[in-house]
Design a protein around this ligand. Structure first.
Ligand SMILES: Cc1ncc(COP(=O)(O)O)c(C=O)c1O
Length: 388
């Protein structure tokens, strides 16, 4: 099909031209002086994006799933107990990765569509009077449901319970899109991939690590080699890595941190909030229901939409792809076949969002959903107009 494909999934996102061009630079010697300057700029830039002065940044060739593993094997030992807050497909994956390493996982199970309630975390922590729980695992933005949990409130719950557990947070679909603060919220490990808010192609595992987590890594006994933080920290001081780095992605990452800094993080968050609200208004104006139950927890990077009764979302998504070359996110885990997801993150502007929403309207209609064409677009346009 001519024109650009509509990749309206919640990551990977379309890569802006500036980043594509930056990544086309010739590969340089990864032990030379030009490379060291590239590494230092990426590490410093990421500190700004994670909103940390003190945190140590780790970058691996990998993916978000690898970042879960890097986080867990460096901070925990087999037999350690952790509290995993599970409210969707990705938080389930994070918890399962811990189980795979012999970590004893206490689950705080929540329905798909709910956020993590800080008071219930506090209850669990207070009940743990002998401080057996070594860590609390949370996914900031559950990409399978379009729900953003309040990490600041979870931090406050840990503090009120005077509990020393580490706070380990997956920010794969929130970093560089939704406000997230490592230092201010006392986060011990924040982990992500490059293919969402950072606007890069997939291929990296990125972490921000507190002093407390680095300290924990000295005692943690989970088996680890590739993911071991110690050699990364050591070699990063000289602008190197203990493995062959993904040089092209680092060129792209440097451009990404420059772009985010030019726009300014507060403006990046505002842009996502505005586009997210326009999308939700469009969906609701079409008479469809959002999976996220609590407006205070609406995700600004994606909207999970409940498929009208009797219709299968997998079949609808295949239809959208076939008729308009548009990709929407599938329903994952418990909501497979029941939900589709509209991504609105990364390098995205108003017209692109409206193009995607037009595609959603058109394909829902041609799939047999009873709706008035233009109703969703009008609601989104009106909101965008009112908030100019
Ligand atoms: C919240 C969250 N965590 C983890 C992952 C896994 O990341 P990856 O697919 O890069 O391994 C994803 C992927 O979409 C995600 O959205």
């Amino acid at each position: 099909m001519s024109g650009r494909p509509f990749l309206q999934i919640p990551g990977p996102t379309l890569v802006p031209e500036r980043i594509v061009r930056a990544m086309s630079e010739s590969i340089i010697d990864h032990r030379g002086p030009r490379f060291a300057a590239l590494v230092h700029e990426c590490l410093e830039g990421l500190k700004g994006i994670f909103q940390t002065d003190k945190g140590q940044i780790m970058i691996y060739p990998g993916s978000g799933t690898g970042a879960w593993e890097a986080c867990l094997v460096n901070t925990l030992s087999p037999g350690d107990r952790v509290l995993a807050c599970v409210n969707g497909h990705f938080s389930t994956g994070f918890a399962k990765t811990a189980v795979a390493y012999g970590i004893d996982v206490d689950r705080l199970d929540l329905p798909y569509g709910a956020g993590v309630p800080a008071d219930r975390v506090e209850e669990r922590l207070r009940a743990d009077t002998t401080h057996q729980l070594r860590a609390v695992l949370v996914v900031h933005n559950e990409t399978s449901t379009g729900v953003t949990s309040n990490v600041a409130a979870i931090r406050a719950a840990l503090d009120r319970a005077r509990h020393p557990a580490l706070l380990l947070v997956d920010v794969v679909s929130s970093l560089a899109s939704i406000d997230f603060r490592v230092d201010a919220w006392g986060v011990d490990v924040a982990l992500t991939g490059p293919q969402k808010g950072l606007m890069l192609p997939p291929g990296l595992a990125i972490l921000a690590v507190s002093d407390k987590a680095l300290h924990a890594s000295e005692k943690a006994r989970c088996p680890r080699a590739y993911w071991d933080w110690a050699p990364v920290v050591e070699r990063n001081k000289r602008g190197e890595f203990p493995y062959t780095p993904a040089t092209s992605l680092l060129f792209g990452l440097r451009e990404s941190v420059r772009m985010l800094s030019e726009e300014g993080l507060p403006n990046v968050f505002k842009r996502h909030a505005r586009l997210g609200e326009a999308c939700r208004r469009a969906v609701q104006a079409l008479g469809l229901r959002l999976l996220c139950q609590n407006p205070a927890e609406y995700s600004n990077t994606l909207t999970a939409v409940v498929m009208p009764t009797g219709l299968d979302s997998d079949a609808y998504i295949a239809h959208a792809w076939k008729t308009l070359d548009m990709s929407l996110g599938v329903g994952l885990g418990d909501v497979k076949g029941k939900v589709f997801r509209i991504g609105h993150l990364g390098s995205l502007n108003e017209l692109e969002l409206l193009g995607g929403l037009a595609g959603v309207e058109l394909t829902l209609k041609s799939f047999g959903v009873d709706l008035r064409l233009g109703a969703g677009l009008a609601a989104a346009e009106q909101y965008l107009l009112d908030t100019r």
